[in-house]
Design a protein around this ligand. Structure first.
Ligand code: 4AD
Ligand code: MG
Length: 434
């Protein structure tokens, strides 16, 4: 056991009156009237530590004057409850050990920096209060989602990242030289998940997906984290209900365990709870008429883009499903609706407030002949999909799945202006550094 305690536990009051040791980074410092005030951060919290002249060795007190922002420190002191201190507690320092005196020119000064500068210094900017809050909320979001999958009988399954056949169309594939052969970075685990349900039943994953998106938008990354699920014996309605139950759990867990973070981001927990399921189901045809009524130029058969989704989602105050997209704008594996084969048994979940699509999915084709026909219609090479087609030959069952964009969802929950802030080191069309 370490002799050091977490700052969060000091702030919870459990050490009041006791002598503790903490360690962390100097967030900022000021001195007045023979007292140094240090704000120290350790990843669990931020606490005020005061050092009074005469209470420590004179040389230590003098040396402390030269401490720089982001220096790493070990401190020993007594905990006092103090209403004036941010967080309500302070540590009165008796001893200090400087582990690393940070260079004086910390690049991120307490002044305005443009977004490109902050992206270039992302390795340091992730220490900022806003990034800390978002990254912590992201972690709690995934923790809650995993908890739901575990409680509901889903097994975690991992698919390969290096693949040879497109899942979501060839235009956004990243190609990789794989020895003498060409391979790609995966866009989705889906095709492999469809193989694995005959082994494991209901499954889920959290993994990176890659899209060579040529567009510069506020909602596209080239590498993003994808939370995906696949379930046998499950139709379109079933996969929407699974998502409703998942979101319901995630919202209540976040409201309970991340209330402070949500408040800081301007998303009060009650607001999330109010957005709990059921989520409305709106058919693609109805979307076309809603857009028409709003005077948005949109033709039946086109895919919903950023502009249309922004306009559409402003009409809703909760997430909602758009279902039954036309065949022409959905990938080959989507099952055509038996009652109208021009549309598919598909569903995207759209977040309100102008955010738009956060999940995509639906029911898959399970009939061999129907799959071969769609592969041909889409001009795909059946050879590339041989193993996938095989799944329809050996014990095919009705099945469905969905994929959730982790950063899209976190950006919406945290009310972020740009998806890049929902991930620590964003990969964008013009950025793979740092
Ligand atoms: O709608 P998509 O393309 O669907 C699939 O990949 C299915 N195979 C998933 C499945 O059924 N298992 O992608 C799913 C989600 C989108 O709804 C969006 O939230 C996110 O992935 N997404 C992106 N997020 C960030 N940057 C991008 N470039 C994204 N492309 C998709
Ligand atoms: Mg989609």
């Amino acid at each position: 056991m370490s002799e050091f305690v977490d700052i969060s536990s000091v702030l919870s009051g459990q050490y009041t009156g006791k002598t503790v040791q903490v360690r962390g980074w100097l967030d900022n410092m000021r001195s007045s009237g023979g007292i140094h005030f240090f704000m120290v951060r350790d990843g669990t919290g931020l606490i005020q530590c005061t050092m009074k002249k005469g209470k420590v060795d004179d040389t230590k007190f003098e040396e402390a004057k030269n401490l720089t922002q982001e220096s790493s420190l070990e401190l020993t002191g007594t905990v006092y409850e103090d209403k004036r201190a941010p967080g309500g507690y302070e540590i009165r320092v008796e001893n200090i050990n400087v582990v690393n005196l940070a260079e004086a020119d910390y690049p991120i000064a307490k002044k305005f920096h443009g977004p490109e500068f902050l992206l270039d210094h992302r390795h340091l900017w992730i220490r900022s209060p806003k990034m800390q809050t978002i990254l912590r909320l992201r972690s709690k979001f995934l923790e809650a989602a995993r908890e739901w999958f575990q409680n509901n009988g889903f097994t975690e399954f991992h698919s390969p990242t290096l693949i040879t056949a497109a899942c979501e169309g060839g235009s956004t594939l990243f190609s990789v030289k794989y020895f003498e052969q060409e391979a790609y970075l995966t866009q989705s685990w889906q095709l492999y998940a469809e193989a694995a349900i005959a082994s494991l039943g209901k499954i889920y994953t959290v993994a990176p997906s890659f899209r060579a998106e040529k567009s510069r938008t506020r909602r596209h990354l080239t590498e993003y984290w994808h939370l995906e699920a696949e379930a046998p014996w499950c139709d379109l309605d079933c996969i929407m209900m699974i998502q409703e139950s998942l979101f319901s759990h995630v919202f209540s867990r976040l409201a309970e365990k991340a209330a402070k973070e949500l408040e800081m981001l301007g998303r009060p927990p009650q607001e999330l709870l109010r957005m709990s399921p059921p989520f409305q189901r709106v058919r693609y045809d109805e979307v076309v008429s809603i857009l028409e009524k709003k005077g948005v130029k949109f033709e039946y058969g086109n895919d919903l883009g950023w502009v249309e989704e922004k306009q559409l989602t402003e009409e809703f105050d909760k997430p909602f499903f758009v279902t039954h997209f036309p065949k022409g704008i959905k990938a080959f594996y989507h099952k055509p609706d038996p009652s109208n084969p021009n549309v598919t048994l598909s569903a995207d979940l759209l977040a309100p407030e102008g955010y738009g699509e956060i999940t995509g999915g639906g029911q898959r084709i399970h009939d061999l002949g129907e799959l071969l026909k769609r592969i041909e219609e889409e001009n795909l090479n059946p050879k590339d999909y041989e193993w996938y087609i095989d799944l329809r030959r050996y014990g095919s069952v009705p099945h469905s799945g969905f994929g959730l964009g982790v950063e899209r969802t976190v950006a919406w929950i945290c009310k972020l202006e740009h998806i890049r802030d929902a991930i620590a080191f964003p990969r964008l069309i013009n950025r793979v550094y740092p």
